[in-house]
Design a protein. Sequence first.
Length: 297
Amino acid sequence: MAFEGLADRLQSTIKKITGKGKVSEQDVKEMTREVRLALLEADVNFKVVKDLIKRIKERAVGQEVMESLTPGQQVIKVVKEELTALMGGEQSKIAVSDRPPTVIMMVGLQGAGKTTTSGKLANHLRKKHNRSPLLVACDVYRPAAIKQLETLGEQLSMPVFSQGTEANPVDIATEALAKAKEEHNDYVIIDTAGRLHVDTDLMDELEQIKAKVKPDEIFLVVDAMTGQDAVNVAESFNEQLDITGVVLTKLDGDTRGGAALSIKAVTDKPIKFAGMGEKLDELEAFHPERMASRILG
Ligand code: GDP
């Protein structure tokens, strides 16, 4: 399960304070020290932890807690609200263009789960929003990537637009848009190329596609298990492309939670979806509040 380590630590810290009829400043100090350590151990960005602890402290020794009848529980409420805010507060919805099709560009490093997530997202849009997406294979550097997307399309009985490995990705994306209009596909999901590292060639190509198709969403797909590396990757992609949201994959295998808790604060871009497994229905809309509840038990 996601966040196991962090959840265990925070829950035992919190148990110590929940039942208290009176919460002293010393109690708050001890609690925040443990929360701080637990977050750092979970690989949450150092500065993010510092700011969060400061806010929790200010509120926990404030009036709303001290004058409450159940101060212990009130402190937990503060922690939960702050964790929720840290992950973006409200759930961030997917864009809907008033001039269909809505165009979503999927970007990220190789192996992050971009192609799988493109399929999952198409499935999600059809199942939950009654949409008919067109998947577009723009990773022309890896024939296997095109094949992978085509296989996903077959599994989902959904159309996949591809022009093999010879065509230019910008042209493929442009023609895919025309095709979607013709076929009345209301979403276009463009699976772009990834590299092992962030490099200028990759970014140039993505910028060109972006300039041409003017996407409504640019989703960065990052692997939650890579912790702060995922956060750094998100910073780079955001600087170059001004992404609109993040999809965190492999949250099912991430026992720490550092990326999930840091990305919004560091990039100011919301986490829109979380990948919870390899199967095509294992994609969840990301709800900060539910996630905070999961962590705090
Ligand atoms: P890409 O190179 O970014 O297109 O990555 P792929 O879509 O090929 O995914 C790389 C690997 O990660 C594959 O084995 C996927 O099945 C796996 N994967 C993707 N998303 C998830 C997820 O949410 N959970 C788990 N456990 N595996 C995932």
